[in-house]
Design a binder for this molecule. Structure first.
Ligand code: FAD
Length: 257
């Protein structure tokens, strides 16, 4: 996929502080106090989710997709018991299949079809910091901090959000980065709350909407990690007409007894 940059730098999971672990100190040379115990997961990689989203949109356009950014779908169009498109401010759009991949808002779009999608918002923080390139080299995970370099000179921190003041959380995280990596040239760029779509049992919800022919749902947490595989399987079902065995346990009907 042009424009998608996966950083295969491995994940360093850190435990106690003393005595210092040589491997951790070599992998993260800027650590002020290398952990006493650390586990390095060499084959772990990471992406900048915003950059990947942009690359995916560009790639879809290059294959002929028409992008209508900023146009909310108000409802799915049902004709003769079948979903045949969507209503939006720009007018009606017809479709052979409507894929509802609207994250936490997917439930509201499915409800008028008579299906209650078991998904709830799980708020989390995404914080960005400017930092000298190479300050953090792995996906660094300690009990206090999970941080990685998203692009040269930019760090990303994700954390659960419990309603605390965003500025305060950002500044507290900044202090932790400075204390951990001993670098005063780190600056807070921004803190945003994102709503992770969390299915009731934690597993992806993928498949046709029961009793609503023409509508198909793709909603999950860890959607960035799962996207390449889930995307291929969904395309093979919708375009190739091949039912994917891997998706059997993830269907929308699994909650029915
Ligand atoms: C802080 C944070 C950390 C995360 N960490 C990870 C991680 O470590 N690994 C991982 O894999 N994933 C992670 N995620 C990703 C996340 O949990 C989801 O799995 C992922 O965003 C799902 O992607 P999606 O495109 O399916 O849905 P979303 O990203 O929720 O996108 C849905 C889109 O649909 C649009 N939409 C909604 N309603 C309508 C409507 N009516 N009409 C038109 N458009 C509509 C929305 O505007 C949005 O653009 C994280 C998310 C957050 C916020």
């Amino acid at each position: 996929m042009p424009g998608v940059r996966v950083q295969w730098r491995g994940a360093l999971l850190c435990g106690d502080e003393h005595p210092p672990d040589d491997v951790a100190a070599r992998l993260e040379p800027h650590l002020r106090r290398p952990p006493g115990r650390a586990l390095f997961l060499e084959d772990h990689g990471a992406v900048d989710p915003v950059a990947v989203t942009r690359a995916l949109v560009r790639a879809a356009q290059s294959h002929g997709a028409r992008v209508m950014a900023g146009t909310a779908v108000s409802a799915l169009t049902v004709r003769g018991g079948r979903v045949v498109g969507v209503h939006c401010a720009a007018g009606d759009v017809e479709a052979d299949i409507v894929v509802v991949a609207a994250g936490v808002d997917a439930a509201a779009l499915c409800r008028p079809l008579g299906f209650d999608l078991p998904v709830a918002p799980s708020p989390a923080l995404l914080m960005r910091f400017a930092a000298p390139p190479g300050l953090v080299r792995t996906i660094f995970v300690s009990p206090e901090l999970e941080v990685r370099e998203a692009a040269d000179g930019e760090l990303l921190v994700a954390a659960a959000w419990t309603g605390a003041d965003l500025r305060q959380v950002g500044e507290e995280t900044l202090r932790r980065i400075i204390a951990t990596f001993g670098c005063r040239e780190v600056r807070l760029l921004g803190v945003r709350v994102g709503q992770r779509p969390m299915p009731a049992d934690g597993l992806p919800l993928i498949g046709p909407v029961p009793e609503a022919e023409g509508a198909y749902v793709a909603v999950m947490h860890s959607g960035v990690t799962l996207a390449p595989k889930a995307g291929r399987l969904i395309a093979s079902e919708l375009v190739g007409g091949v039912e994917a065995g891997e998706l059997t346990g993830l269907r929308l009907t699994r909650h029915r007894t």
